[in-house]
Design a protein around this ligand. Structure first.
Ligand SMILES: Cc1cc2nc3c(=O)[nH]c(=O)nc-3n(C[C@H](O)[C@H](O)[C@H](O)COP(=O)(O)OP(=O)(O)OC[C@H]3O[C@@H](n4cnc5c(N)ncnc54)[C@H](O)[C@@H]3O)c2cc1C
Length: 416
């Protein structure tokens, strides 16, 4: 975001705060303390301290998906990608460890799993993704038996997948299956392929990684990933496009594609995704039973007034990735808009946000893609700005340093 754009928002917000027009008892409830929800909680408190902010999060700690692929290779660790919510508490956010199970938009209440309702003036829902397991026959049974993992929500499955890679015999086969786009983090599966291949090359040199992509080709930074694979992982990593997983046979450790069966010793199958369950039960989903359409000037649901949806759960604007970078920006749009709305004013309409996604291709080298998205009044959506952004010229250790700096900066911006 350019400085003048930030100042426009900052100016409007300080007006809202100074004028004291936000009702002193106004309460915003936020469901989900990931990149979207935690950032929104912090920025509403920072920009309008009179607003009561309650964050409902079912986990005790935040675990970052960005950098979690490095944990699989042994280049990072779970403590390094995990944080508690004390930073938000220091901003005056009330953090409630519970699961939101229903929303009554007419009464403006959120029901909690442990019992009780919380009333809100404005609600933010940032639940991330849940999985459409049923689209891959046998998936859930295989997962329950510990025979297949997705590790597409960082946490215990990340630890389990790392352990499976460590336990793999030298000469074994790892299968990584990628769903059709759109899914969380377009370059994420290809970064994972690079990290697993790096580990195999170093620790189990006779082993192989087979990447089965339901998409016809690598969906993000394709030329850069493929060059890295050819230069670094020839003989270790094999990539196949148009290879959609339709079933899993846990007993024979087989992933069934439309035309053939592929056997592996470790099965990392990333299933198709949709907005998190609470978005479904709150009636926020508008498209293909999967995603929630929003007004990009406020992030307010186009279906349920008074409820704002952030992050991966949204129906993406054109060429907008589902990324931590975007969720963090969505949160700032929503925080600014909600403060305006609580003050009886319309949200600003000149929204402009920036996305940057880094991917590691080896322990130290990374590649980057970035884009700028600006409100287009004619089409009523955010659109990529022509000529802004682009991809790295080549993989480099300098990009690797930037990638680590990006991660530490966004963790601090979200939680500290
Ligand atoms: C392997 C991998 C690598 C990635 N790398 C990058 C990267 O390098 N750069 C990048 O920008 N993005 C990256 N991403 C994408 C990024 O992680 C997501 O886009 C981002 O987390 C989305 O934020 P969110 O707030 O929508 O969801 P999340 O961050 O997943 O947060 C959702 C939160 O809501 C909570 N929750 C859900 N439902 C409820 C409920 N009913 N009640 C209470 N709590 C609830 C969950 O516990 C969770 O804490 C990566 C993703 C993966 C999987």
């Amino acid at each position: 975001m350019k400085r003048r754009d930030f100042l426009k928002i900052a100016g409007a917000l300080s007006l809202a705060g100074c004028a004291g027009t936000v009702p002193s008892k106004a309460r915003v409830v936020i469901v989900g303390g990931g990149f979207g929800g935690a950032t929104a909680a912090k920025y509403i408190r920072k920009w309008a301290p009179a607003v009561d902010v309650v964050l409902v999060e079912r986990e005790s700690a935040f675990v970052s998906c960005p950098i979690s692929n490095l944990v699989l290779a042994g280049y990072s660790s779970m403590p390094e990608i995990s944080q508690d919510y004390d930073g938000l508490r220091r901003h005056g956010v009330q953090v409630v460890r519970d699961e939101a199970i229903a929303v009554d938009a007419a009464k403006k209440t959120v029901r909690l799993a442990r019992g009780g309702d919380i009333a809100y003036e404005r609600l933010i829902v940032s639940p991330g993704i849940d999985f459409s397991f049923a689209e891959i026959e046998g998936y859930e049974a295989a997962m329950q038996a510990g025979r297949v993992l997705h590790a597409w929500k960082a946490g215990e499955q990340t630890v389990a997948l790392r352990r499976q890679l460590e336990d793999l015999r030298d000469g074994g086969v790892v299968v990584l299956s990628i769903p059709l786009a759109p899914y969380r983090c377009p370059p994420g599966p290809y970064e994972r392929a690079s990290m697993i291949a790096a580990y195999l090359k170093q620790a189990k040199p006779r082993s192989k990684l087979l990447v089965l992509d339901a998409n016809p080709d690598v969906t993000s930074k394709g030329a850069l990933f493929k060059k890295a694979w050819a230069d670094l992982y020839k003989g270790t990593l094999e990539y196949r496009g148009n290879a959609k997983a339709v079933a899993i046979d846990a007993r024979s450790m087989t992933v069934k594609l439309e035309v053939e069966d592929v056997r592996g010793d470790v099965l990392n199958v990333v299933p198709p995704q949709r907005a998190g369950n609470i978005a479904q039960s709150a009636g926020l989903i508008t498209h293909n039973n999967r995603w929630c359409d929003v007004d990009w000037r406020s992030m307010e649901s186009r279906k349920v007034p008074g409820v704002h949806v952030l992050g991966d759960a949204t129906l993406s604007a054109p060429l907008m990735p589902k990324s931590a970078s975007m969720a963090n920006n969505h949160a700032k749009i929503a925080a600014a808009a909600i403060i305006e709305q609580l003050s009886g004013r319309a949200p600003q309409s000149d929204t402009q946000i920036l996305n940057t996604c880094y991917s590691f291709v080896s322990q130290k080298e990374a590649i980057r893609v970035s884009s700028v998205h600006r409100w287009d009044a004619k089409d009523g959506t955010l659109k990529p700005v022509a000529g802004a952004g682009g991809v790295s010229a080549a993989r480099s250790e300098a990009e690797g340093t930037f990638a680590w700096n990006w991660a530490r900066t966004i963790w601090a911006d979200t939680l500290a």
